[in-house]
Design a protein around this ligand. Structure first.
Ligand SMILES: [Zn+2]
Length: 211
């Protein structure tokens, strides 16, 4: 595949201004990137090559360009650390943190990221979180660039005692804050669950009848 063809595909997913650097990185390190369907559990992953097969990085197609790029660099750092250390270091240990920062820095310096994201990345620098989905401030910054999904709101924006529904149809009532998360109760079986404040839910408007 020629550079132009890579470009046509990649700029659907990453900020266009980042293309040259991403392309150079892919060529230099032989990164193979597979864009996948939306996976709720993760943004992407790195699969080390086995039995002579090449290593593969997978990334969800549904990420916004900034989240996609950060995920790409996160997984690229896994590949580079893997090639050097194999299993002798922990996946998000100091070697990985150093490599991730090293890969990220040129994009920050080139002003690829909007100020909010860039300053969050800067703040995280000394304590880079292993996943954007547990790094709430960064996740919040990144979310601003997601296309709004019809009818969905963030759980954190609903008042306590609001009934809401998940996209899969299950209904809950938001009860109270638990550290950074929210305690909610399943309307069907009264079981309690902890929810991420950035969970995307549908508010259900029902009279408060306390049945
Ligand atoms: Zn990771």
């Amino acid at each position: 595949m020629r550079q132009e063809e890579y470009k046509n595909i990649l700029i659907k997913y990453i900020p266009e201004a980042a293309f040259e650097q991403v392309y150079a990185l892919m060529m230099r390190h032989g990164l193979r990137i597979v864009v996948t369907r939306h996976r709720k559990s993760k943004h992407g992953d790195f699969r080390p090559g086995v039995k002579g097969k090449p290593s593969i990085i997978t990334i969800n197609h549904s990420l916004n360009p900034f989240a996609f790029l950060i995920t790409l660099l996160h997984e690229a750092a896994h590949q580079l650390v893997w090639e050097k250390y194999k299993r002798s270091v922990s996946p998000h240990g100091p070697e990985w943190k150093k490599k991730f920062h090293e890969l990220l820095q040129p994009f920050v310096l080139q002003n690829i990221f909007p100020d909010g994201i860039a300053s969050q990345l800067e703040q995280d620098h000394l304590s880079i979180k292993y996943s954007t989905s547990v790094d709430l401030p960064l996740a919040r910054q990144l979310k601003e660039y997601d296309k709004p999904r019809q009818g969905l709101v963030l759980l954190e924006t609903l008042p306590n005692q609001t009934q809401f529904r998940l996209p899969d149809g299950k209904e809950f009532i938001k009860l109270s804050r638990r550290r950074k998360n929210f305690l909610c109760v399943d309307v069907a079986n009264q079981r309690q669950y902890i929810f991420n404040p950035l969970a995307e839910v549908i508010a259900v408007n029902k009279p408060n009848d306390n049945k």
